[in-house]
Ligand binder design. Structure first.
Ligand SMILES: O=C(O)CCC(=O)C(=O)O
Ligand SMILES: [Fe+2]
Length: 304
């Protein structure tokens, strides 16, 4: 017989994988007044009904509910009115201890506490617009990062999330097993982060000395959920060990393409007063520089 024979079983086998959505939460959950509603089919959720700015108390059951929600969904977006700039840090500290991480272009907010600012009127570097996992070049990495929308443009300037666990699930199992056997070098300077952010040579050398390259698995396992995440990211992953440079680039591009797939993403739209927290062990993220000369000010906290 001439031609290619297909039937339903073969059709499934000869095409690239589709996601099994039963692996991702699709329904809202509630505890008292507080609800957590999925943001997209595969990543994120919106939290409504929580009020912290007026000194509202969060007991252990609610805290656990929020923490579990964050692990399940990868990011939580708290509706405006949940916190204000003063109480944002209190919200973040429900998830762990807050640590300041500032650079010359992302200085401290000047307010009390451990917050720095991503302020478009100050920031000239654009590293936040490249897919990444925060601080993946360090041995000690923040599990969570949080942002508060102090002042955001009417349109544009979204933060996009990719569920890097769902992206891993898109791999053919044999290829997934090969990727799991590989180790990569992560380095803060992969895309020139320090060169761009520290103009003073001595300060830059000081930072360089603080953050030597590290060797990490290409795919890592979430310590709390046990699920696998594509840990290689465009901003900080330099090369895969044990293969040629060109093979390394080709293999990394396979993973970066999966991170870019819309079906594993949510495009988080900001409004003034939204607070956002994400799990760096599940998602990758980047901002979208489509807000022209509008001002965009986000307060930021890392959680350890
Ligand atoms: O500018 C953004 O939307 C992303 C910011 C970011 O990467 C971060 O705060 O870690
Ligand atoms: Fe980031």
């Amino acid at each position: 017989m001439n031609g290619i024979y297909v039937d339903d079983e073969k059709l499934d086998r000869i095409q690239s994988k589709a996601l099994d959505l039963t692996q991702y939460p699709s329904t809202a959950s509630e505890l008292g007044e507080v609800s957590i509603t999925p943001y997209s089919s595969t990543v994120g959720a919106t939290v409504r009904g929580l009020r912290l700015h007026d000194g509202g108390d969060v007991g252990p059951a609610l805290r656990r509910f929020l923490y579990d929600g964050l692990l399940r969904h990868g990011f939580l977006s708290f509706e405006p009115g949940t916190v204000d700039a003063q109480s944002f840090e209190r919200l973040v500290s429900l998830f762990g201890s807050v640590r300041l991480m500032n650079t010359p272009y992302t200085p401290e907010t000047g307010k009390a506490g451990q917050l720095n600012a991503i302020d478009s009127s100050i920031k000239r570097t654009r590293m936040n617009y490249i897919w990444h996992i925060d601080q993946s070049f360090q041995v000690e990495q923040p599990p969570f990062t949080a942002l508060f929308a102090q002042e955001v443009p009417g349109t544009g300037g979204d933060t996009v999330f990719s569920n890097a666990t769902a992206a891993y699930d898109l791999l053919h199992p044999a290829l997934a097993a090969y990727f799991e056997s590989l180790t990569a070098v992560h380095d803060v300077e992969t895309q020139g982060f320090l060169t761009l952010a520290y103009h003073d040579f001595e300060k830059r050398a000081g930072q360089r000395a603080k953050y030597p390259s590290i060797e990490v698995p290409l795919i890592r396992v979430h310590p709390e959920t046990g699920r696998k995440q594509i840990f290689a990211n465009e901003l900080y992953t330099q090369r895969i060990l044990g293969v040629t440079r060109r093979a390394s680039e080709a293999l990394l591009n396979v993973l970066f393409d999966l991170i870019s797939a819309p079906e594993v993403q949510a495009r988080h739209q900001w409004a003034d007063g939204i607070a956002l927290i994400w799990d760096n062990r599940t998602v990758q993220h980047r901002g979208v520089p489509d807000f022209g000369a509008s001002r965009r000010v986000l307060h930021r906290a890392l959680v350890l």
